[in-house]
Design a protein around this ligand. Structure first.
Ligand code: ADP
Ligand code: ADP
Length: 219
């Protein structure tokens, strides 16, 4: 018997706006944001075994090995707050992870929809190099497009805003390479399943959010 839940897989290049939108969708729908990048950064900050393992891959902009990442997501999706589904942000990142996710979600009706937030490379670089992240709550800002009320300070919890090490330009180039080589094939994968919906990521944050909410109402 299948108990149907809502699992949204947000796709898009690094910097497309997945994290920003996942947080907004979490507020509007009550479905939790499950961000593999945030979970890795939390473990890095707390110097856990997982954090130590992930660090060298993240510093280079490479993917953390699948066995570790898949196990981490499986555990996360079994938490009580994911009982109605989740907004997945940054997972899956390759075809192997997508197949593992399908297996995990099979008893719950599978992935509901896979919105692809489109953005060209030039704007992507501008987005990533201007990104600032809250050290304590992980909220995301942009120095020009989405600045905090007080420079360097998080609006939500007053935490310090910092630039992620892997948002430096050289690592960003490798992350884009990794995206096109390993993650972009997911576009065809979800298209073939009838789950892909393209959204123009160059629109304002609120417009992208409205497009996503309209999509969720239909799926
Ligand atoms: P962005 O959205 O800017 O690409 P993320 O926060 O999603 O950044 O990811 C940061 C880093 O964390 C990635 O470069 C990678 O090293 C690691 N990571 C995140 N998600 C995954 C995943 N699903 N599989 C493997 N590594 C991941
Ligand atoms: P991703 O999770 O896909 O890597 P983020 O959500 O972290 O992307 O967004 C990357 C940067 O771009 C952040 O600085 C964020 O504030 C900014 N941003 C996100 N969406 C938009 C948008 N629609 N317009 C302008 N800036 C945006």
């Amino acid at each position: 018997m299948s108990d149907k839940r809502t699992y949204v897989v947000l796709l898009g290049v690094p910097g497309a706006g997945k994290g920003t939108q996942a947080k907004l969708l979490e507020q509007c729908t009550g479905l939790p944001q499950v961000s593999t990048g945030d979970i890795f950064r939390y473990n890095l900050k707390n110097e856990t075994e997982l954090g130590k393992l992930a660090k060298s891959y993240m510093d280079r902009g490479d993917l953390v090995p699948d066995d570790v990442t898949i196990r981490m997501v499986r555990d996360r999706l079994q938490q009580p707050d994911c009982a109605q589904g989740a907004i997945l942000d940054g997972f899956p990142r390759n075809l192997n992870q997508a197949a593992a996710l399908d297996e995990m979600l099979a008893p719950h009706g599978g992935v509901s929809v896979a919105p692809l937030i489109n953005l060209d490379d030039e704007e992507t670089i501008r987005r990533i190099t201007g990104r600032r992240t809250c050290r304590t709550c992980g909220a995301v800002y942009h120095i020009l497009y989405n600045p905090p009320k007080v420079e360097g300070v998080c609006d939500i919890d007053g935490g310090e805003l910092y630039q992620r090490d892997d948002d430096a330009e050289e690592t960003v180039r490798n992350r884009l390479y990794v995206y096109y080589k390993q993650t972009a094939p997911l576009i065809g994968y979800y298209f073939a399943k009838g789950l892909l919906v393209e959204i123009d990521g160059a629109q304002a944050i609120e417009a992208v959010q409205q497009a996503l909410l309209a999509l969720l109402k239909r799926s």
